[in-house]
Design a protein around this ligand. Structure first.
Ligand code: FE2
Length: 234
């Protein structure tokens, strides 16, 4: 299990680095995709700007892109610090995650996207920068405009899926029916991926055996995750 401030760093066969860490009191999991030769660092839902900044700067790197799974305040916690430190950042999210009418609810934070995805629920589009290639799937339900991202041996689930469960659907802006459609779509995608890929959840919660792993394999998630194995999933 990763300690506070610890980063798991791997290099996929195509040379893209994947860094995974856990940050903050809500146990948020963050993933970064790095093309060192091209100087590109794309971070999913960074929780703490200065922790990310110092870890990257030790290796001569700095963030270039932020990719948002959704705009709940814990996932967006690092946003103000990131744009203050790195004003040239590209900030990506789904257009439906812009929720001005929900910003009065404390679960949401404002994130100003510089670039938006606008694809329909269940659809996937490719996002690329340098040698980084990710499939971005629109998976609303837990939150409007929620997306998952997969590529380079990981499926970053955001709050669609945790290792053994799924995101809440009782929050302002949640849509339980949409969530089940998104879980079904997520399952299709996971079934199409190599079983040894890592499924990185939005939060590090308990696994079926009472342990608290940072991630599980795609095969393990498909076998044990209760949402993926709900009777309604078929
Ligand atoms: Fe969330």
């Amino acid at each position: 299990m990763l300690g506070e401030g610890e980063f798991d760093k791997r290099v996929s066969e195509d040379g893209i680095e994947v860094w995974v860490t856990m940050m903050g009191p809500y146990l948020n999991m963050n993933t970064a995709f790095i093309d060192r030769a091209a100087g590109i660092v794309a971070i999913v839902d960074p929780f703490d700007a200065s922790e990310w900044g110092s870890a990257l700067s030790k290796e001569g790197l700095s963030p270039t892109h932020l990719l948002y799974t959704h705009t709940h305040r814990d996932h967006a916690a690092g946003y103000p610090g990131m744009v203050a430190l790195y004003p040239e950042l590209e900030v990506w999210g789904h257009v439906d995650a812009r929720v001005p009418s929900l910003l009065s609810h404390m679960v949401f934070s404002e994130v100003s996207f510089t670039n938006e995805w606008s694809h329909a629920p269940g659809e996937s589009v490719e996002w690329s920068a340098g040698g980084i290639r990710l499939s971005v799937t629109h998976t609303p339900g837990h939150a409007p405009g929620h997306v998952t991202l997969h590529g380079h041996d990981v499926f970053h689930a955001g709050d669609l899926l945790f290792t053994n469960g799924m995101g809440r659907v009782d929050l302002p802006g949640s849509d339980p029916q949409a969530q089940w459609d998104s879980i079904r779509r997520g399952k299709e995608i996971l079934e199409s991926l190599p079983g040894e890929w890592r499924m990185i959840p939005g939060h590090r919660y308990d696994w079926v055996d009472g342990s608290t792993p940072d991630w599980v394999s795609v095969a393990e998630a498909l076998e044990h995750n209760y949402a993926l194995n709900s009777p309604g999933m078929g």
